[in-house]
Design a protein. Structure first.
Length: 266
């Protein structure tokens, strides 16, 4: 752990630098052309140089670590070290002039996340975590929620590789019946991290979404939350579902999700 703990402040410095770069290009109103191509073009004008800056700075810190080929998906190496990063996590929110975006950096070693930093500049949230060393929000140790499921705020999202859309929809209905509210509050990584800090009580999701889940998974787990798949098995980057919840809520969440049938075509 100590080596990654020593690395953490240097990664935080890099993430904050990239966050400031992106924030300076953030707008208070929707930007881009009237069609998808125009929106993507504007986003790339920010994302491309920010990603290059991130790659350059992290490469100097950990030259032996490889770089994930894609920020979306499950491109996680089973051996060695690898950076899994997103310079503008929450692209849609960023382009709409909303504050729900951030910079995420995860160092994966031997297929598991060992260090994570998530900076949401416009929200004032800086999450950090090191495997075995705990997790923090703005320098303070995290504390997960102590609510009952009936009083819980549950969050979910729809990843790009969801092969069970009907199951995802049915799980939304089921969770609505057992929680105070269900919302989608921005980027997946941020919502999962917020389970660790108690801003969100439950996060669940169906589909392959490892690169978006990795940073939040480490932060939430180091913050005291349980992180599994929907069947209660330990979550890995290859898992097809995801649940993060405090220990007091976790079993109840799994019971609700166990009532949701799998898609017949899955």
């Amino acid at each position: 752990m100590s080596g990654y703990q020593d690395l953490l402040p240097h990664v935080v410095k890099v993430v904050r630098e990239v966050g400031a770069f992106v924030a300076a290009r953030h707008t208070a109103s929707a930007v881009g052309g009237p069609d998808v191509d125009g929106v993507i073009a504007v986003f790339r004008m920010v994302d491309a140089p920010a990603s290059e800056l991130l790659r350059e700075r992290l490469g100097l810190l950990r030259p032996q670590a490889r770089w994930a080929p894609d920020e979306i998906g499950t491109a996680v190496a089973a051996a060695g070290e690898q950076w899994v990063c997103d310079a503008v996590d929450g692209a849609v929110h960023f382009l709409q002039g909303l504050p729900y975006w951030g910079v995420t950096v995860t160092l994966v070693a031997e297929g598991r996340p060992v260090l994570a930093v998530l900076d949401a500049p416009h929200l004032g949230f800086l999450y950090t975590a090191v495997e075995g060393g705990g997790a923090h929000l703005n320098g303070r140790p995290l504390k997960a929620s102590g609510k009952s499921l009936a009083a819980a705020l549950a969050c979910t999202s729809q990843p790009p590789y969801n092969r069970e859309p009907e199951r995802a929809g049915a799980s939304l209905t089921a969770m609505l019946r057992h929680t105070l509210a269900v919302r989608n509050l921005g980027p997946t990584a941020l919502q999962v991290a917020q389970v660790g800090s108690g801003h969100v009580d439950v996060f669940w999701e169906y589909g392959e979404d490892a690169n978006n889940l990795l940073p939040g998974a480490l932060i939430a787990r180091e913050g005291g939350a349980l992180v599994t798949d929907a069947d209660g098995n330990a979550w890995t980057p290859a898992s097809a579902s995801f649940v993060a919840a405090p220990a007091a809520l976790h079993a109840d969440v799994l019971r609700v999700l166990s009532t949701v049938p799998a898609d017949s075509a899955a």
